[in-house]
Design a protein around this ligand. Structure first.
Ligand code: ARG
Length: 558
């Protein structure tokens, strides 16, 4: 918040974009503004310009001076603390929220698994990232639509129908429907490696499904509903909700009308019986209708995006999908521009999960791990640690579940989403090191000090005497907390939750350092005690808000 105030003040004197640097040495201030590039405009030396600017700039709670060609800004810790603590303690859960997105509707397409196979663990990335990105938008005042575009249509259902009719075991299917479908799916893919005929059969069944064949539809509907039931259970555990589950099957009947509009603009051509668009700068065309008349993944997305713009009235559309689909989204967005829709389209892409040996995880070969399996394993690990650390804890089941989810979410989202990451559950679940449980534990520790304070009849106070906080560890925590609103904005601007996650780790480290160097409850000086307790409560609130934006519930006890 101070950064923003300094920038607006500088803007009164300097033209163009203003960016502040963080000096490598704390003695040079909390921020610095380099004046090199201004020499031409002001016709003076950068050193002179820095001197003059330092004399003109006035921001409440900030000391300004010049060193060489830099203007240096020193935040006055007590001044910062005063307004910051007031804001945090007043706004609480809403602290750092904004109205930047007010009046705008954003559709966020995430999770969107291909059903008819188990939620592959890789599906978890889009689910967590999308959930966090949705929360970031909401926090910034957008009207958010969470869209789960189920992959419930397409050749994979032809595959399942054929496999079920050929090898299906009715009894096993009744007992373990989804598991049996996976077995069939894996078997089909194995056998189809050497059989063009088998692949053709799957295509035929899908074509029948699209034409409304009764048998095909009956099986499809049965498979879909069983998978969906299981999925809903997983989302419930993860605490993730959706506004719509309208997926590919829902939009398939709308494809023809959409393609007519594309054709009316003369954008598509018929090539060897198929309808395609040749996109500038791209070798692969966009395939809109197959030779046998079937709709395609691309065409269904065209129908969907039109509906999202026209019916749902989205101003911004975010697609959280792996980077292997980059070209598909480039095509889709380019086509929308050609059709005259100038909306904000974002493909939030991400890398793969790798196994510990560095290879890709895959359901097709049966090497993937199911999402439920991983969740259960994480919950078991979390329970074990809680049992060791705090066997008397109330509500152990619920907390173990929150910790497990926090571990997985944080373990993933602390990494830049564009990179591939190695999935290492033992590390994710650990209470030590840079992990979700470490931050959750830090939060619980802060909460427990505040509780104990209450027992001693001291409480955090908005107007505490913050000038008594003089320790460098206190200074660091105060300044870090003041950066929270800026970090939330940054994470949203680049659609990257790791910006926030990395910041929270800094807060966690700084808090623990402060906790060890500056005892609170044993402090005899009442003013210092209250000021520290207030800083502890404010840190707790920032951890709570930050973790919540990542989809993680921070326990008050663990
Ligand atoms: N079902 C697709 C998959 O798992 C992802 C769908 C993404 N969303 C979209 N509108 N294409 O690969």
């Amino acid at each position: 918040m101070f950064k923003q105030a300094i920038i607006s003040e500088l803007k009164k004197h300097v033209k163009g974009e203003i960016s502040l640097e963080v000096p490598p040495d704390h003695k040079l201030g909390d921020f610095a503004f380099p004046c090199f590039t201004l020499a031409k405009e002001f016709k003076k030396s950068p050193v002179q310009i820095a001197q003059e600017l330092a004399g003109k700039i006035k921001v409440q709670g900030v000391r300004v001076s010049a060193t060489g060609p830099y203007v240096n800004f020193f935040l006055d810790t007590a001044g910062v603390a005063k307004s910051l603590m007031l804001d945090i303690l007043t706004q609480k859960k809403r602290f750092a929220s904004s109205r930047d997105g007010e009046g705008r509707i954003v559709g966020i397409d995430f999770s969107s698994p291909n059903i008819g196979k188990p939620l592959h663990f890789g599906n978890l990335r889009t689910t967590m990232l999308g959930n966090s990105i949705a929360r970031l938008h909401e926090f910034a005042g957008f009207n958010v639509l969470r869209l789960n575009y189920l992959g419930d249509w397409g050749t994979q259902f032809g595959t399942l129908i054929h496999a079920y009719l050929t090898w299906g075991d009715k009894k096993r299917f009744k007992e373990h429907p989804v598991e049996h479908l996976v077995e069939l799916y894996v078997r089909f893919n194995k056998e189809a490696e050497n059989s063009a005929e088998l692949k053709e059969k799957a295509r035929e069944w899908f074509a029948k499904l699209e034409k409304g064949d009764a048998m095909a539809l009956k099986l499809w509907s049965k498979f879909k509903h069983l998978c969906l039931d299981e999925l809903r259970g997983v989302y419930k555990t993860l605490g993730i909700t959706f506004d719509s589950f309208n997926g590919e099957a829902f939009y398939a009947p709308k494809v023809e009308a959409a393609l007519e509009r594309v054709q009316a603009k003369g954008l598509a051509v018929v090539d060897d019986g198929a309808l395609i668009i040749r996109m500038q700068g791209s070798e692969m065309p966009m395939m809109l209708r197959k030779r046998d008349g079937s709709t395609t993944y691309a065409s269904r997305d065209v129908a969907t995006v039109l509906d999202r713009i026209e019916t749902l009235k989205c101003n911004k559309l975010v697609y959280v999908v792996g980077h292997e689909q980059s070209q598909h989204f480039q095509h889709l967005f380019a086509l929308m521009k050609l059709l005259g829709y100038d909306k904000e389209f974002v493909h939030v892409s991400y890398g793969l999960y790798l196994s510990q040996d560095g290879s890709k995880m895959s359901t097709r070969k049966g090497t993937g791990i199911s999402m439920e399996g991983v969740l259960n394993e994480a919950i078991a690990l979390a329970k074990k640690t809680i049992e060791e650390k705090n066997p008397g804890l109330k509500d152990k089941e619920k907390i173990a579940c929150d910790v497990a989810i926090g571990a997985i979410f944080f373990g993933d989202m602390m990494n830049d989403r564009s990179k591939d990451i190695v999935f290492d559950l033992d590390r994710f679940v650990s209470f030590e090191g840079d992990t979700g449980p470490y931050l959750m534990y830090t939060h619980a520790r802060a909460a427990s000090i505040v509780r104990k304070g209450k027992e001693q009849k001291v409480s955090p106070k908005k107007a505490a005497k913050f000038e008594v906080l003089k320790h460098p560890a206190e200074d660091r925590v105060i300044k870090l907390l003041s950066a929270f609103p800026q970090k939330v904005k940054e994470a949203l601007a680049v659609h990257k939750p790791h910006v926030l996650a990395q910041y929270l780790l800094e807060v966690g480290h700084a808090f623990n350092e402060f906790y060890h160097s500056c005892p609170c409850l044993q402090e005899e000086n009442k003013d210092l005690k209250v000021a520290r307790l207030t800083l502890i409560e404010a840190s707790r609130q920032i951890l709570e808000n930050g973790l919540r934006l990542l989809g993680i519930t921070a326990p008050f006890e663990m």
